[in-house]
Ligand binder design. Structure first.
Ligand SMILES: [Zn+2]
Ligand SMILES: [Zn+2]
Length: 283
């Protein structure tokens, strides 16, 4: 909620004219309580995890039995419409219940750490800098949580659900035990808690996080994927190997970047696998 009754009042308080983005934000949020704006996050996640994997599923379904889709990492794995729908239904039902529950109990925390919804809106530079911090913080913490989930107890009781898909697909990005979703919410919230942002940045953060998770679980390695220009970005091939190895996997715990696995030596299996493939290709 913005504490100004009119746009003129808001501009007087800002000491300048509003940008078009600020004017749009004022029109949308001026009379809306902050908790309503915060609860948009669950809807944003639902839409992101619905729309982002959709083109990948259509691409896979368009391919025929004799001609697998181009750029697919495990071309021998074929899925039906029912497979995609089952995965989507199971993933989204757990996601909505878990995120919805978390949203109800975390609004006060969000207010306490300083997530703001007023004016002015952050600059592009501020937004980008905060998002970079959030990705780095999330990746580091997720690496360690993911390693813990690969201990015998963590895997058997919790993480096994996410690994049901040895060949990942976009819809499987959020397919996990509800406890795992709660555990992974901590790294996602840690960045905004350390470096508080505007609500719009908070939404962009969760949209980008969902797109990254879907890309990582896509099962496709597109040569034109712009993410491959991001330094140390793991991507689909990197995480596909982790799923392919499954329960025994002690490699590729990083979910966004590769540097934690490099620093802590947990990319050895993957590097050996890549080196073996290179040998097969050249000899
Ligand atoms: Zn895992
Ligand atoms: Zn995964």
């Amino acid at each position: 909620m913005i504490p100004y009754a009119t746009a003129a009042e808001a501009e007087a308080a800002l000491g300048r004219a509003m940008t078009w983005a600020e004017a749009a934000w004022f029109r949308y949020s001026a009379t809306m309580p902050d908790y309503c704006l915060y609860y948009h996050t669950a809807l944003i996640l639902l839409v992101s995890y619905t729309l982002a994997p959709l083109p990948l599923a259509l691409l896979e379904l368009r391919a025929t039995q004799t001609s697998p889709p181009a750029y697919k990492l495990q071309p021998g794995v074929r899925r039906t419409v029912a497979d995609f729908l089952r995965c989507y239904r199971d993933a989204v039902s757990v996601l909505v219940l878990t995120v919805g529950g978390l949203q109800l109990v975390s609004f006060r925390i969000i207010k306490k750490v300083g997530i703001r919804a007023g004016l002015p809106l952050p600059s592009v530079g501020e937004t980008v800098a905060q998002l970079v911090v959030y990705f780095l913080v999330e990746d580091y913490l997720t690496y360690w949580f993911h390693r813990l989930l690969h201990t015998p107890w963590g895997y058997e009781k919790i993480h096994r659900v996410h690994h049901e898909h040895a060949a990942p697909m976009g819809f499987a990005a959020a397919y996990a035990h509800w406890v795992e979703l709660i555990i992974l919410a901590f790294p996602a919230f840690a960045g905004p808690a350390i470096v508080p942002c505007h609500m719009t940045t908070f939404w962009i953060w969760f949209i980008l996080g969902a797109i990254e998770a879907v890309d990582t679980h896509s099962g496709f390695i597109f040569p034109f994927n712009p993410a491959k220009f991001i330094p140390f970005y793991g991507g689909a091939e990197y995480h596909d190997y982790h799923h392919y190895v499954g329960r025994q996997s002690q490699s590729n715990f990083g979910l966004v970047f590769t540097f934690c696995d490099f620093i802590y030596g947990t990319d050895k299996g993957y590097r050996y696998h890549k080196a073996s493939l290179t040998k097969v290709i050249f000899f």
